[in-house]
Structures are given as structure tokens and as C-alpha cells.
Design a protein around this ligand. Sequence first.
Ligand code: GLN
Length: 280
Amino acid sequence: MNINSAIIQGAKVLKDNFINNPYLDSEILMAKVINKDRKYILLNSKKNLDKNYLNSFQKLIKKRSIGKPIAYLINKKFFWNSEFIVSNDTLIPRPDSELIIEKVLKLTAYKKKLNILEIGIGSGCIILSILKERKSFYGTGIDISKSCLNISKLNAIKLKLSSKLKLYKSNVDKFTLGKYDLIISNPPYIKNCKIRYLEKGVAKFEPKLALDGGRDGLSEMRKVIKKSSELIKKNGKFVLEIDFDQRNRVISLLKKKGFYINSINKDLANNDRCIVCTKI
Ligand code: GLN
């Protein structure tokens, strides 16, 4: 079978399973299997496909057809300005979280040598995107998941930033190291009972550890806010991602811990998504 016929056949399977963009996904999975880019595929579409390749391709199509996100099948996702390695243990970087980068870059336009902490680093996409833009800053990332820290490390190496980022495996409650000019976090904030109603690919394949915010969605958020209030320098900034309906409750938690609210920012879908505040 040639490359093109295999892609068409794969796309049909995806379409029959109600996957959006079946042809594009099929092409991306083919590119992954034969380890070539899209241009190669277009220029060599009539070339015969080796049997082993066809086999691996069909396996990937099968996984995609049950809703496994493309990012997990090709182990990468583009975010902000770079491509990041992801695994089943990391949340897939979301465009919504790019809001954190945007806000941090605005806040730090004229700053030198800031010390940044990220609580719950995941794949590292947020803090590494900032460190890539602000070469004189230093980062510290903590996560409870060892495999997320491993992926963050790989991403730091890939972006040539490993000398700028320290990583610690720690529970948010237990971490006591250092004082920071800037703290960022995208904590798990989905109400436990709502997780199964998230998009199919999210609910079934993304790590619960990175999504589950307990009974009211705020159980990790409370810990992150408390810890940030202890580890942040006076006048330090805290930039936090929240769910669309958490604005008022999170503002009240922040105020109780001595933060002044600078702004509440909306994502591309016009939902409140990111709070910028200052420790006073
Ligand atoms: N924004 C993600 C989602 O809705 C959740 C991320 C999180 O819990 N921090 O899938």
C-alpha cells in the first residue's frame, strides 16, 4: 500500500469514529511513524509503505479512534514559542495557559535577575517559555509527580535552559526552599465530580492528578495560595490560572493571604482565566 492510500484509509477509520479533522490527524500520525515531515509526505505520497510502518500506523490510528489526544500519540505539543515533549503523565499544554506567559512578560519587561517559582510544573511549558524569553531569570519548579519532573528536565535540555531551572519533587505543603520575586501556577482546579464531563479526550486520557481540584475545585488552589504567600517576597507578583467560575472565591482566598488583586484576565473564549496579584 502506498503512503497516500494508508492515510486515506486511516482517515476513514477516524471519521467513522467521529474524530474531528480525520485527514489531518491521519497525516500527522503517518509523519510520526515514518519520521518525516508533512512536505515529505506530500512529495512522496505514491511511495510504497513498508509493512512494519503500516502496522505501527494502524496501531496509532486505532488509539486515536478511541479519542487518545494526538499530542500523546506523537509525544509533543507546540506552546507559546516552542515545541514541548509531553507524556501521558503531563497535562497537554493549553492555549489558555499562554495567558500566564503574556501577563508575566508584560510585568517583567524591564526586570533583571528575577527568581521565579512554578508550583506544579507539569511538562515545564509555562516556566520554560518564560525563561526562554527572559534570559537573565532563574526558575524553580516543583511537582508531586516524578515523571512530570523528568519530562520538564528533558524540555529544559531541549530548549538549552537546564542551567536556569532547578527541579524538586515535593508536595506543595512541604516545600519551604527560597524566596521568590514571582510565583506562577496552573493548579488542578476541576471539581472532582465534573471531571468525567470534560471533553472525552481530557477526561479519559489526561492525568487526574493535574486536573482534580477536590470537592469544590479549590482544594489544591488553597494550598498553592497559602504556600505562595509564604514563599513570595514583599511586592512580589503571583500569576495564577483559575477556572471560569472561580473568580470571586479565589479573590477572597488571595485577599485573606495578603495579596492585592491587580487584574483578572480573560482567555480566548472570554472566560476569566488568569489572576495577577501582588503580595503586600
Ligand atoms: N484547563 C484545563 C481543562 O479544562 C484544566 C487545567 C487545570 O485543572 N489546571 O481541561
